[in-house]
Structure formats: structure tokens, C-alpha cells
Design a binder for this molecule. Structure first.
Ligand code: FEO
Length: 393
């Protein structure tokens, strides 16, 4: 696919419609894209990022169709292979090209792709490269989501190329597609990839607020002709504001936990708290991550297996701890047969989360009247906490 997205700037990347898993971990319900951009200046030509190795032939064909005989600069905003993986092929086809990136990214690319050092041109914060009538400016933005990441700004066209930042895993036939899926896809991407770096992103957004941006062209998913759409969404997601929501990540083996969760959902609803349950045995883990972007409270509900949490609940707790959502309150619902340490285990797993732990509900065998009352009390406590922070009247 080739699209002139602005005067002298071309999308030359590739759609990966049928990719269903990223990093052998993250579900991709809508596929993804690897966006590379060719910029033709009056004197020089630059390529912004490349594509995943699986789609390198497509990038080569796109450049051939555009009649590109030489490339002077290949900007590597990020070393991860879904954007850098076609660099060796590009350097073979365009041997005069220099790989433009920062020092740390250079080292990564030498390690990951075995590129020789003489192929690189190192840039730093604020450095500019002239293409004649167009100028590239580089903005260092580490930790979105690797330590070497940077952004590129095309001054005359007012286009920001942020690579992964602001991206979405969404394959589209129209690169400017702003259909209803885009917000959710961008939120899912933020939740899975960017959420642990919320504070870093806040600093980077402060920095880019000083640039006049008329278009944001990320390296996954559609291009934003209206940058405020995604900037506003990010402002909301990275803020400290939480919503009156309780995510319930649960798994049930013989029905006890399920009965407690069903009762608990009713209790929360009566208290005016929005319950968002996820049965972990059938949940797309990306949906759970998305829910954690906003929720004030997380409840993990698990039976006891071999003295600890069920492995699916363990995974959910691990994921929540790794993604570092802005969740403020956490509790547990546990059932057991003859003992166990599920609560201690859960507590030890969420050290990254700055949360208040609310009294867990622990039932022996089938839940009984006292257990249901304890669930009502936990729901009441959550509502009280949500009122204290001003998200429930
Ligand atoms: Fe799209 Fe971090 O690579």
C-alpha cells in the first residue's frame, strides 16, 4: 500500500491483516500494521522506520513502485524488530543510506541486527537534518516502551512520527481510517504496551506540546489527521483520574467462586459501583488490560489450588502488577477446601501497585450466609472508598 499522506510524504508500510499474536503474547483481534514513511526532499530522501521482517518484501516493492533509486537516511525511532527488522534488507538495497538514530538505539541495532557501526549517524535531542526543502528534527523520548525510543518531527509538514507511541494494532485499508474501532484499538495498545510508562509519557507529552502538530503518523495503525483525538485520549489515560469501576478478574473450578462473584456483582450494583467481571478462562487478556486503564478498584477472585491461587488468577495478578495501572483499591475473594496461602501469595505479587488493600473475603467450601454478608460489606467498603475520592455520589 502506498499513500501520499501529505506533500512529499508517503506511507510505504504494510498491513498484517491476519496476525493474531504479538510477542507470542498479546492478542491482535484486528491484525496490525507496520507503518514506514518515505519523505522526498528537494535534495535528500529519508525513510522513517522500516517494517517487520515478515513484510520486508512489501516495503521493497512499495519503494520500487515509487521509483526510489536512492535513500540517504533511514531513521530508526525504535530498535524493536517490527520496525527495524527490514533494515538489513534496506541497507543492502540502498547501500549509501545512513541509519539515523540515537546512541542507545544504535547499540541495540548493532546487537539485534548485527549492523556495522559505520552505517550509523547518531543524533541527539533537538538535532536537525535537512532534506532540502524539508527538515527532520529529533525528540528523545526514552521508555515508550524501550529505553532507546525517540520521535521524529517533520518541521515544514508539521507531522510527528512517534513510532509506537499513540499507535494501535489495527490493520486498515484506509490509513486515515477513524472508524469506531480506532479509539478502542488505541486504548488496548496503550493498556498493553504503554501503561507501565505513564509518568514518562506525561513528560514526553509536555515536551511535544511545544510543537505545532497537524498530523500524527505512528508506526502501527491509522494516521491521525486530527491529533487532538489521540492526544486527548492519552491525557485522560495517563492522568491520575480513575472511574467508578471495579474490575473483577475471576476463575472458578467447582462453582464456589462463581457464586460469590455473582453475588458480589449484585452487591456492587446496589452500592452504585460499576462491576466489570472477567472470567479468566475465556478472557482476552487485552480486554482485561483495557479495563484496568480506568478502574478505581481491582478484585481478584480465585479458588485455592495446591495451597495457592489458581494459575489463571496468578497470571492476572502478575499482569496487573506488570502493567502498573492507576488502580487505587485491591481486594480478593478466595475459596478453599482445607487451607492455603492464596491471600499472602496475592499480596506478595502486587508490590508495584500503589494501592490500599481492602479486607478480603475468604470462604471455606460452598459460600454460606456469613460469606455473602462479607461480600456485601466489601462492596459497601468499595463504594465508601469511591465516595472518598469523589467518583461516586
Ligand atoms: Fe511496534 Fe515496540 O515495537
Amino acid at each position: 500500500m502506498i499513500v501520499e499522506i501529505d506533500n512529499g510524504v508517503y506511507f510505504v508500510g504494510a498491513m498484517h491483516w491476519d496476525r493474531r499474536l504479538f510477542d507470542e503474547l498479546i492478542p491482535l483481534p484486528d491484525g496490525t500494521s507496520y507503518n514506514a514513511y518515505l519523505i522526498k526532499g528537494t535534495e535528500k530522501t529519508a525513510l522513517i522506520d522500516t517494517v517487520d521482517p515478515a513484510k520486508s518484501e512489501e516495503l521493497v516493492k512499495n519503494l520500487e513502485k515509487l521509483g526510489v533509486k536512492s535513500i540517504d537516511y533511514i531513521v530508526a525511532n525504535h530498535a524493536e524488530q517490527d520496525h527495524s527488522g527490514a533494515l538489513p534488507i534496506m541497507l543492502k538495497k540502498y547501500p549509501m543510506a545512513k541509519v539515523v538514530t540515537n546512541e542507545k538505539c544504535k547499540r541495540f541495532l548493532m546487537d539485534l541486527l548485527l549492523l556495522p557501526e559505520e552505517k550509523f549517524m547518531v543524533v541527539d535531542e533537538g538535532d536537525k537534518i535537512s532534506l532540502g526543502d524539508k527538515t527532520l528534527q529529533f525528540i528523545m523520548a526514552p521508555w515508550v516502551h524501550w529505553p532507546e525510543t525517540m520521535l521524529t518531527y517533520l518541521i515544514e509538514n508539521k507531522i510527528l512520527f512517534p513510532c509506537d507511541l499513540f499507535g494501535s494494532h489495527l490493520a486498515v485499508s484506509n490509513i486515515f481510517s477513524e472508524n469506531g474501532k480506532l479509539y478502542n484499538a488505541a486504548k488496548r495498545y496503550y493498556a498493553e504496551i504503554m501503561m507501565p510508562f505513564r509518568n514518562k509519557i506525561r513528560q514526553h507529552m509536555e515536551k511535544i506540546s511545544k510543537f505545532d502538530i497537524k498530523m500524527i503518523a505512528p508506526s502501527h495503525g491509522p494516521i491521525y489527521k486530527n491529533p487532538e483525538f489521540i492526544l486527548n485520549a492519552y491525557r485522560d489515560w495517563i492522568s491520575d483520574d480513575v472511574k467508578n469501576e471495579a474490575v473483577i478478574a475471576y476463575v472458578s473450578m467447582h462453582g464456589s467462586v462463581e457464586k460469590m462473584v455473582e453475588h458480589f456483582i449484585d452487591s456492587l450494583t446496589k452500592q452504585g459501583v460499576n462491576a466489570i467481571p472477567f472470567n479468566l478462562t475465556v478472557t482476552d487478556i487485552g480486554e482485561l488490560a483495557m479495563a484496568l486503564v480506568d478502574a478505581a478498584t481491582l478484585i481478584v477472585a480465585t479458588p485455592t489450588v495446591l495451597t495457592g491461587m489458581h494459575p489463571s488468577a496468578l497470571y492476572a495478578a502478575y499482569l496487573a502488577n506488570a502493567l502498573r495501572p492507576k488502580t487505587k483499591f485491591v481486594s480478593l475473594i478466595v475459596s478453599y477446601g482445607w487451607g492455603g496461602k492464596a491471600v499472602e501469595q496475592a499480596k506478595s505479587m502486587i508490590g508495584n501497585l500503589k494501592v490500599e488493600l481492602l479486607e478480603p473475603v475468604i470462604a471455606k467450601g460452598h459460600p454460606k450466609e456469613g460469606d455473602f454478608k462479607a461480600l456485601d460489606e466489601l462492596a459497601r467498603k468499595i463504594a465508601e472508598k469511591h465516595r472518598e475520592i469523589g467518583i461516586l455520589n
